[in-house]
Design a protein around this ligand. Structure first.
Ligand SMILES: C[S@@+](CC[C@H](N)C(=O)[O-])C[C@H]1O[C@@H](n2cnc3c(N)ncnc32)[C@H](O)[C@@H]1O
Length: 274
């Protein structure tokens, strides 16, 4: 089968109901503690108001809402519905992280793994300008890309099994870099859904950004942030994770041209794509 024939980003559209099984909220507790510490270190004590762009199911955010007030944005209404259920105190808004303007400032902007859906330097630049537009000088942007050009080694493979009620779910993931000259990589997911004695198999394809760290540093700096990289480990894993932190030095002064829309995401009408 030609991988290009597999539909894009089904996990956020027709298969969004699987999200709590793919990556349960409790799996984010340890990582979210690093986010809480980074926020506290910069912002100090108090119930600061944070903005989460690309909140997804709100699994990472769910570990921060006891400390912070939050507003959350996502391009997928189905993912927002998950986050609304999990984080009822949070204000949820549908929008694109590259272009949304809420007309107010926050103490921090968080973009967890959703930043991976920025496919070009223009996408990244537009998103950093969005973050800067929602921060006062001194406010911080925290983001955690899944992969970097210099450390990504294809094929990257992973799998996991989770159960919820009478459903058992397994995914396997295969990521590669079909064109090393561009700024994207691709991941093929196979979902095995076992329910009421029946096994159903679904395929999904995600195209995500792959940039060297120097690009992240340059684009965050150009958007007005002082760039810092923090490395951390999760559990017993040998993998080193990278948290990119930007402290806004000066308000940005220009709005870039609108960035292109990544395949699978439509501004007006998110939904299943071919
Ligand atoms: C892996 S999920 C995020 C999961 C999240 N970290 C959590 O804890 O549940 C990635 C999310 O990015 C969102 N997304 C992708 N492109 C976006 C864009 N341009 N603007 C806003 N959200 C976007 C998708 O709709 C999806 O919900």
């Amino acid at each position: 089968m030609d991988p290009d024939r597999i539909k894009l980003n089904r996990l956020y559209h027709d298969l969004a109901y699987l999200w709590p099984l793919v990556s349960p909220p409790e799996d984010y507790a340890e990582e979210a503690e690093y986010w809480r510490l980074a926020l506290r270190e910069t912002l100090g004590p108090g119930r600061h108001h944070i903005l989460d762009l690309g909140v997804g199911g709100g699994h990472n955010l769910s570990h921060l809402t006891s400390d912070f007030d939050a507003t959350a944005v996502d391009i997928s209404s189905k993912m927002l519905a998950h986050s609304k259920r999990l984080n009822p105190s949070v204000k949820h808004i549908r929008g694109d992280m590259r272009s949304i303007r809420l007309g107010r400032k926050f103490e921090a902007v968080l973009i967890h793994d959703a930043i991976s859906y920025m496919l070009t330097e223009d996408d990244l630049q537009a998103t950093f300008v969005t973050a800067a537009a929602h921060l006062q000088p001194g406010g911080i942007l925290i983001t955690t890309p899944d992969h970097f050009r210099e450390t990504f080694s294809a094929p990257y493979v992973d799998y996991a099994t989770h159960s919820l009620g009478n459903a058992q779910f397994t995914y396997s993931e295969y990521a590669d870099d079909p064109d090393p000259t561009d700024t994207t990589m691709r991941t093929i997911y196979v979902y095995f859904i076992q329910q009421h004695g029946h096994l159903r198999i679904e395929l999904d394809r995600h195209v995500t950004g792959l940039f060297p760290k120097s690009t992240w540093a340059r684009l965050m700096t150009e958007a007005g942030f002082k760039f810092e990289e923090r490395l951390y480990h999760l559990g017993e894993e040998v993998v080193e994770y990278s948290m990119l932190v930007g402290k806004l030095q000066r308000p940005h002064t220009h709005e870039p041209e609108r960035a292109g829309v990544p395949p699978g995401f439509h501004h007006g009408q998110p939904g299943p794509t071919a």
